[in-house]
Structure formats: C-alpha cells, structure tokens
Write a protein that binds this ligand. Structure first.
Ligand SMILES: [Zn+2]
Length: 429
C-alpha cells in the first residue's frame, strides 16, 4: 500500500473510531458504570459506595444508571449490586422500572379529546403508576354517591419533607383542567432528569417535596356535565338530578333547557356545590349562598354532614402535616384569587404564593374580595395554609376543548415554581 493511501486509511480508521467513542460516550449510561468507561468493575462499586456516604455526587442519567433498585437514593445496597454485577453474579436492568415511561414514545395523557372522562382518568392513573412506580402512586379517598372513586395521586415517595396539595375539578363543568394537570404530572415523571426549570432538574426540585393532586374531585359532576344523565351509573342518581332540575325550573330559579342545565352542572350528584360545603369553625366566615335547595350550582348543603367528596378533601388535608401550599384549580378567567379575608397573619405567605403562581402561569392576580367559603378560603382561615384559587382558561363553563392544551402550557411550570419558592419558608406572615 503506498504511503499516502496508508495515511488515508489510518485517517479514516481514526475518524470511525472517534465516531465510535463519541457514540459510546453518548450512550455511556450503562447500568452500574459510575466512571463512564463503558464497563462495570469493582471501581464503579467503590464510587457508588462513596456516593452513598456523600463523598461523590451523581446526577441525571448517571444517577439513574447507578440507582439499581430505583428507590431514588444511592445506598450501600446499590454498591453491592454493582459489585455483584462486576463479577457477573447479578445482571443490572438496562432500563430501570422507573424509566419505562421515558422509553414510551406516545404520551399517556391525551390533551386532544372531546372531553376527558372519569374512565380516561382511571386508565391513565393506572398506566402512570405502572410505568413510574417509584415516583407515582394513587389511592382512593372514598366513593361518590354515584359509585366513583375520589382519587388522590401522589407525585413523589409520600415520605418527603414538604407537601403541596392541589384539587382539580371540584366543580363538575370545570373538567378541562383534569387532562392538563395529568399531562403535567406525566411530563414531570417522563423528564425527571432531563427537564430543567431555573437551572434545576425536576428531580432536584421535587426531591424534598411530595405533590398531592386530586385530579377530579367531583367525578359525578364531571360525568353529568360531559354526558348528561347517560353518564350516571345509578337510576337513583338520574332520578335525583332530574328532580333537582324540575324543582328549580318550577321555582323559577332557572330558565335553561334540561340539556344546558346538565352541561353547566357544577355541583355533585346530590346538587351540592362542594366548594361551598366546608365547615368554618369561626361563624364570621360562614358564607351564605342565596340558593336554598339542591341545584346545579351554589347550594352549600349540610356543612355539619358534608358530602363524601368534601369529607374526603377535609380528611386528606388534615392528614398532611405542615402543608406548604394549596392550589385549588378551576376554570375560567385566567386569573388568581388570593385575597380572601384571611387573617393578617397569613397574608404575606398567601401573597407570595399568588405571585409565584401568577408569574409562572401568566394569569393575573385578582385582589377583589372573593370570599365564598371555598376550599382555598378554608385552607387559609381554618388551617393557616397559604392557598390560592387558580381560574384557568377562557370562555363559558364548560370551556371549549381547545382550551386544554393552553391550560397545560400555562400550568406546566407552576408546581415546580411553587416548590422552589414556597417551601422551606416558615409560615409566619
Ligand atoms: Zn369552579
């Protein structure tokens, strides 16, 4: 081979090997490989052991590659697994169970349906829990009168130092928020180590915080608004809703057609507005609505014997110590209510929360006297927890389906912003 041909051959070889090294480098997050040399050796186990006592730090995909049991912390157990893998006593999973969601191509939660039903929610909760079990779970807080579960989703381990609570779709006709919030949960889980907000990964932001989310607090009301009587399971529920319409119509309290009345239904299946149904121990805060009987909206019901959904909300809120913040997510108006007659003591924290949510969502603050005995009012006045009511989207409720992707865009960094700016700060006002 002539010298110049030889040189050219070597040059091409060099290029190919360079390309190979680059590819290897790009996909170097081999499970158990701590030093990035593409091999799993005792030296890697040593690095994991050092990381378990904070002598080394691993983040992002390197962290995932070493967290062999997917429990989100590097321990001596992970080091042991890596050591066993180095002498081929153990095979480490290339794709950990908590990255199965990352491997899935299509989104779990669709933002584009005509509407997002309770059954869609059940299916997606189950899928997310299956694909990301170490960071996501859900449980039922109880059953509604029409036989649906009141789901509580937890993004996190349930053991974190801080807690944030968000209720979604407490009003039936405000169901557009449910897929938007579910998709946000999915994106956080999917991009745990890949998405950055204010220079931190989702993992770093959520590390010390569990997000408790009630994705559809009023599933019976959502079913009525979405599909009318057809959406209800029990004949007794259908009869009750029909009777509520008839009595309101004959008393002159509504002039709407039956179909429209159902479409705009905010209450639960008993005709109680759950966002007026909470008890306030200080009688000065008892809000009297002018609706005297069960109706599609605004009837407060019997606060001493609250509805199943309200009781579930209250029980959950009282079981979560030191909630850092609470978001009550409604439609519509693209604004945030926060100034709800709360005592002076809590004003500063509530205002900070409102400012955080406003800056992240682009929704404006509304400082009008909006006290209606809502869950956000209850959180602030009864529990001393900073709380805001977020009114998403535009239009008349139920707002149009094409508002859902816009709500997703508006809310997608809100939870991260709230964690960054509203936890670890003592509630002092
Ligand atoms: Zn509402």
């Amino acid at each position: 081979m002539p010298a110049y041909t030889m040189k050219r051959f070597l040059f091409v070889c060099l290029c190919i090997s360079g390309l190979f090294v680059f590819c290897l480098g790009a996909s170097a997050h081999v499970a158990g490989d701590a030093d990035g040399d593409g091999l799993v050796l005792a030296a890697d186990a040593r690095l994991v052991l050092r990381a378990s006592v904070e002598l080394e730090t691993f983040t992002g995909e390197s962290f995932c590659a070493l967290d062999t049991d997917g429990d989100d912390v590097l321990t001596a157990k992970d080091a042991r697994s890596v050591l066993r893998a180095s002498v081929e006593l153990e095979t480490l999973p290339e794709t950990q169970k908590n990255t199965a969601l990352t491997a899935r191509k299509d989104p779990v939660v669709s933002l584009n349906g005509a509407y997002y039903t309770y059954n869609d929610l059940c299916r997606d909760l189950e899928t997310l829990q299956t694909l990301a079990p170490s960071r996501f779970s859900y449980t039922s807080l109880g059953q509604t009168a029409d036989g649906r579960e009141i789901w509580c989703a937890v993004l996190g381990t349930g053991k974190a130092k801080n807690r944030i609570l968000a209720d979604v779709a407490i009003h039936g006709s405000e169901h557009r928020n449910t897929p938007a919030v579910m998709r946000i949960i999915e994106e956080y889980l999917r991009n745990y180590d890949r998405a950055f907000y204010k220079g931190k990964t989702v993992r770093e932001i959520l590390d010390d915080t569990d997000l408790y989310i009630l994705p559809m607090l009023n599933p019976d009301g959502a079913a009525i608004s979405q599909t009318g009587l057809e959406g209800l399971n029990k004949q007794s529920s259908k009869d009750r809703v029909q009777a509520i319409y008839r009595s309101n119509r004959s008393a002159g309290r509504t002039g709407m057609s039956f179909a429209r009345y159902l479409n705009e239904w905010k209450a639960n299946v008993n005709g109680v507005d759950l966002n007026r149904n909470l008890q306030f121990s200080d009688k000065r805060f008892l809000y009297e609505t002018n609706v005297p009987a069960p109706a599609a909206r605004d009837y407060a019901g019997d606060r001493a014997n609250p509805e199943a959904e309200t009781a579930a909300y209250r029980k959950l809120a009282e079981s979560l110590p030191d909630l850092a913040a609470s978001l009550s997510i409604h439609t519509q108006g693209e604004l945030i209510y926060w100034d709800c007659r709360q005592p002076e003591k809590g004003r500063a924290a509530a205002k900070r929360l409102a400012n955080t949510v406003s800056a992240a969502s682009g929704y404006r603050l509304d400082m009008s006297d909006s006290f209606v005995g809502a869950v956000a009012d209850w959180m602030m006045i009864e529990k001393g927890i900073p709380a805001v009511t977020v009114e998403c989207g535009k239009g008349r409720n139920p707002i149009a389906a094409d508002e859902t992707p816009k709500i997703y865009e508006a809310l997608k960094t809100v939870f991260l912003a709230v964690v960054l700016e509203n936890t670890n700060t003592p509630y002092a006002g």
